[in-house]
Write a protein that binds this ligand. Structure first.
Ligand SMILES: *Cc1c(COP(=O)(O)O)cnc(C)c1O
Length: 386
């Protein structure tokens, strides 16, 4: 039999559009080539505009994890006190990054599948002494999304001395963020909701964050020091480390797609896809792990039905053979369900194929699901969409 093409349904990397891959495969220009220099500069402007950033969007080779480290080391010194709110695995990763640097830090953790709330952040900050707040916009291990706007506005109003740093890796370009709400630093990488290939991170820092960096003098880090990269990001003719030329060309095309669709329309589409896929998976007995008010628009964790036990590894292998690469769960959810990314540039064919692959995988594993039940939801919803 002809092997079924596998659709990448993990929470990053995501399926990459052909025009983006074409840009990636274009001739490698010198980073000093005026055409590249201008494209790079324009791309940085587009990135800043997307989040209404009044400072700098740093675009540097390295994964999202490097972005997490880059963000915190440029604004936190031993004098600072950090409040870290973790909703799961990636929040805990931020904790370990901060621990390495020996920062003074308090950690508030949500139960898996829930989120730290505005009220909880407020209550903790009210204890006083904090200068930095770190949160994860979309927690990729649980599918929980924080109430970003409400939290940012609350912090800006009540705790103006606190810099708000947000890990937006599984969110940026799919779930709405606006730095004017009161976000000082926001970061992502290219292989998630922006829709490009892995390889780079984007870190937005507003004027306040840049002023904080300046006030700190020299920091121990070199490669990820804002001071090294600011001259390059202000004037892309400058050199510090060779930019990932082809990756930047690919991201330029990814941003072109985002601009064409419109940022707001894109965020709305993500929310609709998330609700549709949740309903589809529920129609064949899966349970959304995350509570309703906290459900992310870019990815979901679906738990196996309690009355239909299924072997986790065998199930995911069956879905993969049916053409959908889903991810296993982490931490408290490990073995109990699967993670599905639904972000970036998914067209109707892909959404149908994703639901269908899960359905066939479930059938192959002997789960008592009604063939076509998940698909029926997707078909009905998609047909209603203009
Ligand atoms: C994927 C992810 C990261 C890590 O990004 P890498 O590119 O894999 O280093 C960090 N935070 C969140 C929320 C993520 O989803």
């Amino acid at each position: 039999m002809i092997p079924t093409k596998k659709i990448v349904m993990v929470p990053g990397p995501v399926p990459v559009s052909p025009s983006i891959l074409q840009a990636l495969g274009s001739e490698t220009r010198a980073h000093t080539d005026p055409v590249f220099v201008a494209d790079f500069q324009a791309l940085l402007g587009d990135l800043r505009d997307m989040l209404h950033c009044d400072g700098i969007a740093f675009l540097v080779a390295g994964s999202g994890t490097m972005g997490m480290e880059m963000a915190v080391v440029n604004i936190a010194s031993q004098k600072d006190r950090i409040l870290l709110c973790s909703n799961g695995h990636f929040g805990d990763r931020y904790e370990s990054i901060c621990e390495r640097r020996g920062y003074r830090m308090d950690v508030v953790k949500a139960e898996w599948g829930k989120s730290v709330t505005v009220e909880e952040v407020d209550a903790q900050l009210a204890k006083g002494g904090y200068s930095i707040l770190i949160m994860t916009h979309v927690e990729t291990s649980t599918g929980a999304m924080i109430q970003l706007k409400e939290i940012a506005e609350m912090v800006k109003k009540k705790y103006p001395e606190v810099l708000f740093l947000v890990d937006g890796v599984a969110a940026a370009g799919g779930a709405e963020a606006d730095m004017r709400w009161g976000i000082d630093l926001y970061l992502t990488c290219t292989q998630k909701a922006l829709g490009s290939v892995p390889g780079m991170m984007v870190l937005w820092a507003n004027k306040r964050a840049l002023e904080k960096r300046e006030s700190m003098g020299q920091i121990p880090e070199s490669y990820v020091d804002f001071a090294r990269w600011i001259p390059v990001m202000v004037d892309t003719k400058q050199y510090w480390g060779t930019p990932a030329v082809n990756n930047i060309m690919a991201l330029k095309e990814a941003m072109h797609i985002i601009k064409e669709e419109g940022y707001e329309a894109r965020c709305k589409r993500h929310a609709e896809d998330a609700a549709m896929l949740a309903e589809a998976m529920e129609a064949i007995g899966f349970k959304v792990a995350c509570e309703k008010p906290f459900r992310a628009s870019t990815l979901s964790v679906f738990l196996y039905p309690q009355d239909m036990p299924v072997d986790d590894a065998a199930f995911r292998a069956a879905v993969a053979e049916e053409g959908g690469l889903i991810a296993g769960c982490l931490g408290a959810f490990a073995g109990k369900g699967f993670r599905m990314g639904h972000m970036a540039n998914l067209d109707k064919h892909m959404l149908v194929a994703m639901a269908a692959a899960v359905e066939r995988g479930a059938l192959r594993c002997g789960m008592k699901v009604e063939p076509g039940a998940a698909l029926a939801v997707v078909q009905k919803k998609l047909a209603l969409r203009a």
